[in-house]
Design a protein around this ligand. Structure first.
Ligand code: FMN
Length: 433
């Protein structure tokens, strides 16, 4: 035999059908009395669930999944990928309706790390051996076809092998390499346990380096929500982007990435519009001087309007101060409407309807823009003011006469989370005929 690295994996035969209350460590010790220090025992979660009495009667598997679900990540028809109460992101919350009598479902162990610890302690008591124990379950993977076993509970196993700080065979630094050793072991066990063969336990021998104290168990393998770049499914992300867009009126000093704004414009101009037109233009005020010049000129015009209304200088000062949202924003965008491609009917009602079509289409484009900014993690406030002094805006920004400013959008990184507001029920806004 060469001394190249190798290990041995085998399934443990002879385990009885596991019942509620069974002592799994004892059953495993009886079936595999030759266990030795440094072995790793891989236990299918199904038998752990059965021993722990995690079988419940349930009229429907869907109800059981509801009860085990903390957060829906993605849904396609009846298939649900969810975060379950154990913190695992997986299909159907790990609720199993196979391998269990009709009318019952099998839930995952309540605390799989604790289950692994109990088996490890039991094997030490029964056989006097220091082994590692993994509780395994079968998972799909987002970018790979096929299922594989992973570790959902661990005791005495170095679940992650952090190679960062080392070098590869060429001397290149390993800056990202953290090996999911426990998942690799679980998958190795699955090769010999199989699904249908009634072999729920396997042993890996020859990798003593993988055995050792591990306080935090298989929890270490779960990526935190904050580090998860794919926390939502695609349709869920679209819905969340729409509902998470809120008016942000206070921004931090962090500069706005001009590329992100351009990406949001690209999304904006996919909005629906009449007659295959593209009625949107976006003027990006990227220099402070351009923003200040515009806001100063608009303020003068506003004061002029308010004086004409007969307002007192006090009340004018108060109102003008409210225009500070735009002044305090690190980035401004002036969305404009152009009527290129519109029809002229020479008829008041129809010409007014034509104008309205273009106005609502511009609104759709601006809403797209705001939602896309939210997707770029940028806050925004759509403020009406430029609509009330269009000539001034065109003049200061040097825009063509047929560009109609449709407000201004303040853009920036939100200084605080938006205030929550009472939920709006769809039914309050709907008439069905
Ligand atoms: C056409 C339009 C004009 C708006 N003008 C102003 C404005 O002048 N000042 C302001 O503070 N907010 C303005 N808003 C933002 C609304 O006040 C805001 O959308 C509303 O309070 C709902 O809050 P939300 O956007 O967080 O859902 C405007 C919104 C729209 C669609």
């Amino acid at each position: 035999m060469s001394d190249a690295p190798a290990f041995h994996v085998w399934a443990v035969p002879g385990l009885p059908e596991v019942q509620r209350g069974d002592d799994l460590a004892k059953l495993i010790a009886d079936a595999e009395p030759g266990l030795a220090d440094g072995d790793i025992v891989l236990v299918t979660s199904k038998i752990v669930s059965k021993a722990e009495g995690r079988i419940i009667t349930a009229d429907s598997r869907e109800e059981a999944i509801d009860a085990e679900t903390v957060r829906v990540v993605a849904r396609r028809g009846t298939l649900r990928i969810v975060e379950n109460r154990q913190g695992l992101v997986m299909a159907a919350a790990g609720v199993d309706a196979s391998n269990t009598p009709t009318g019952t479902v099998l839930l995952l162990p309540e605390d799989p790390d604790a289950s692994a610890r109990a088996i490890r302690d039991g094997l030490r008591d029964a056989l006097g051996v220091e082994v590692g124990v993994l509780v395994t379950d079968t998972f799909g993977r987002p970018w790979r076809n096929g299922l594989t076993d992973v570790a959902i509970g661990a005791a005495g196993v170095r679940v992650l092998d952090d190679l960062r700080g080392g070098t590869d065979a060429y001397g290149n630094p390993l800056s990202a390499t953290v090996v999911a050793t426990a998942d690799e072991l679980a998958a190795a066990g699955d090769l010999v346990k199989g699904k249908a063969a009634g072999l729920p336990v396997a042993v890996v021998r020859g990798l003593p380096g993988a055995v050792g104290a591990s306080e935090s168990g298989a929890r270490e393998l779960v990526r935190s929500a904050a580090d998860d770049m794919f926390r939502l499914g695609t349709s869920e992300a679209v819905r969340e982007a729409v509902t998470q867009r809120r008016t942000v009126r206070e921004f931090t000093d962090e500069p706005v990435d001009p590329g992100a704004v351009r990406r949001a414009v690209a999304a904006a101009v996919t909005a629906p519009a009449p007659h295959h037109t593209t009625p949107w233009r976006f003027v990006l005020l990227e220099s402070e001087s351009s923003r200040v010049r515009l806001l100063d000129a608009m303020r003068e015009k506003w004061i002029e309007d308010l004086r004409r209304d007969g307002k007192s200088e006090d009340s004018i000062a108060k109102r003008v101060r409210r225009g500070d949202v735009l002044r305090k924003a690190p980035y401004l965008v002036v969305p404009c409407l152009v009527m290129d491609g519109s029809h002229t009917y020479g008829h008041a009602r129809r010409d007014a309807a034509e104008r309205e079509m273009f106005v609502v289409a511009t609104g759709a484009g601006i809403q797209n823009f705001l939602v896309a900014l939210a997707g770029e993690r940028l806050g925004s406030a759509w403020i009406s003011s430029t609509m009330f002094c269009r000539e001034v805006v065109r003049d200061v920004l040097g825009l063509p006469d047929d560009w109609d400013p449709m407000g201004a959008v303040a853009v920036g990184h939100a200084a605080s989370a938006p205030k929550s507001r009472p939920p709006r029920e769809a039914s309050d806004f709907i008439e069905v005929r």
